[in-house]
Design a binder for this molecule. Structure first.
Ligand code: ADP
Ligand code: MG
Length: 295
């Protein structure tokens, strides 16, 4: 076996309205340039399929499709939709990708300005109104739906990048998109990956602590970012699907640890909506844990 020191590779680029970043350790002869191109192509593909901001994305094609019409979808999107509906059921509707129009009515996201918060249109239950046909790779709506993947797609994107790193033969890496992170094995010196947890303060980026992880994903959702202040109150981009209003719970930020980043991403949103940890309104899977901060 070679005793060459491992080489540290750092790659990053634009995706999903923010940036992805990868740090990995490899043997010195490793072709980092080709890996970089493959990672960029893979994450761009996820963005092209799942972005609510791109009119031609597959998710927007499904959003525009007529009720009852089968829409062929790529396997990655079907697996994200399946996971989203499962977490919707497990979280008793706290996580709900059917909030797209409501998010827009409150002035956030790509559908901002669509509809009014004063005259909300009643919404169907997403998991009842969306039928997935995994075998034939298609989906159809049984009622009008405005599906919003912003609370889960970044986590899926991180998992996709992690999968690419593994298939390139690398085991020690850290991948992130914004606040959604996944770590592989510890660094060659045996230390784990240090992840900063931000203080939940609007407009500032100070750390409240550090968590060291390996072979795990971590994601944070908070009311202190992507928000606006109205008459001294924070209006968050996270919606409580039960009320149709931005969350106003006691929690300012929720950081979830989970085996995959998709789960961490979605459960962080669900627990922020619930406003309590441990959650009392639903049972979280045993493999997830959370760290919550109040404002
Ligand atoms: P970010 O990492 O961008 O801060 P989050 O993972 O916290 O985002 O998810 C928030 C986004 O998810 C919102 O901008 C909105 O598009 C969507 N969203 C809002 N409320 C919910 C909800 N209850 N369930 C699922 N998605 C939601
Ligand atoms: Mg999320």
């Amino acid at each position: 076996m070679s005793t060459d020191p491992m080489m540290r590779i750092a790659l990053n680029g634009a995706t999903m309205g923010t940036r992805y970043s990868v740090v990995a350790y490899a043997r010195p002869a490793f072709d980092a340039q080709t890996l970089g191109q493959k990672l960029h192509a893979a994450i761009s593909e996820v963005d092209a399929v799942m972005s609510n901001w791109k009119p031609d994305s597959d998710i927007n094609r499904l959003n525009r499709a007529a009720v009852g019409e089968w829409v062929e979808l790529p396997p990655g999107l079907l697996s994200v939709l399946r996971a989203a509906l499962a977490i919707e059921a497990q979280s008793c509707g706290a996580f709900d990708i059917g909030v797209g129009a409501t998010v827009g009515a409150w002035g956030f996201g790509p559908y901002a300005g669509a509809g009014s918060v004063h005259s909300p249109v009643p919404r169907p239950v997403t998991r009842q109104a969306l039928e997935l046909d995994q075998v034939r790779g298609r989906a159809r709506k049984h009622a009008p739906l405005c599906l919003d993947l912003s609370g889960i797609a970044k986590g899926f994107g991180v998992d996709r990048l992690a999968e690419m790193l593994r298939s390139a033969g690398l085991s020690s890496w850290l991948v992130s998109i914004d606040g959604e992170v996944r770590a592989g094995a510890p660094k060659p010196d045996g230390t784990r990956w240090a992840i900063g947890i931000e203080q939940p303060v609007v407009g500032r980026r100070d750390l409240s602590g550090v968590i060291e992880i390996a072979d795990m994903a971590i994601a944070t959702s908070g009311t202190y970012r992507h928000c606006r202040e109205e008459r001294g109150r924070i209006v968050s981009h996270t919606i409580d699907p039960a009320s149709g209003c931005p969350v106003e719970g006691k929690l300012a930020s929720v950081t979830v640890l989970a085996p995959t980043c998709m789960e961490a991403d979605a459960w962080a949103t669900a627990i922020l909506v619930e406003g309590r940890w441990p959650a009392s309104g639903f049972v979280t899977p045993t493999e997830i844990d959370a760290l919550v901060l109040t404002g």
